[in-house]
Design a protein around this ligand. Structure first.
Ligand code: CU
Length: 218
């Protein structure tokens, strides 16, 4: 019995030591991550934030833009067939501007505001990313390059983009609308393509029957 108590005591001591040892290490990691434009905790995360380093085709910050975006099922109501939504599906910003995004997650599930296509020498994987746990808010900034470009914004949680969490950020004059942006552009319509294929099939069958008849008449 005494041996058992000793073993339990040793085990607890080891665990307590492990916890006190790991606390400074995780604080250190948080600081390191913060320096690289990253911040994460139980409320969510900010990844690749950058409000000071200029893209190579910018010689100064031209303007500052701020947007507060609400995320949740409520914003899907006006778009039939959608489940999740964003309060804003299009953003217009000036080339070389610094853009600050605040997301307010009104759902209980996690949501993201993820922008793709930024220069990789400034933003790892070309991405700026905010993520908020249910009921939480996150804020982050990034600087857009100097050319006219349309960037994809979406939530990358499984099926959230397909169910409505998709937007576009237009720098300058942009490079054309992306497809399937709720309230802005049309989606990829499979039904329409099926209809066209159906008409072609009927037409080709008719033509073949006519030719067969002509052949038989000979
Ligand atoms: Cu989402």
């Amino acid at each position: 019995m005494q041996l058992l108590l000793m073993l339990v005591g040793l085990g607890c001591g080891f665990l307590a030591n492990a916890q006190t040892d790991s606390a400074p290490a995780s604080e250190h990691n948080m600081q390191m991550d913060h320096m690289a434009g990253m911040k994460f905790d139980t409320t969510g995360l900010v990844m690749n934030a950058n409000a000071s380093e200029l893209p190579i085709n910018c010689d100064r910050i031209s303007q500052e833009h701020s947007f507060t975006v609400h995320l949740g099922t409520e914003y899907a109501d006006k778009f039939p067939g959608h489940v999740f939504g964003m309060s804003q599906n299009e953003y217009h910003v000036a080339p070389c501007s610094v853009v600050t995004i605040t997301i307010v997650n009104e759902d209980q599930v996690r949501h993201q505001w993820m922008l793709h296509g930024l220069p990789r020498y400034l933003y790892p994987q070309g991405m700026f990313h905010l993520e908020a746990a249910g009921g939480e808010t996150q804020t982050g900034s990034f600087i857009v390059p100097g050319d006219d470009q349309t960037y994809l914004v979406h939530c990358d949680m499984t099926q959230h983009m397909e169910k409505g969490m998709k937007a576009q950020l237009i720098v300058g004059n942009g490079s054309g609308d992306l497809w399937s942006i709720p309230g802005i552009s049309r989606g990829f319509n499979l039904q329409e393509i099926n209809n066209i294929l159906g008409v072609l099939l009927v037409f080709s069958m008719g033509a073949m029957s006519y030719m067969t008849l002509l052949y038989l008449k000979k």
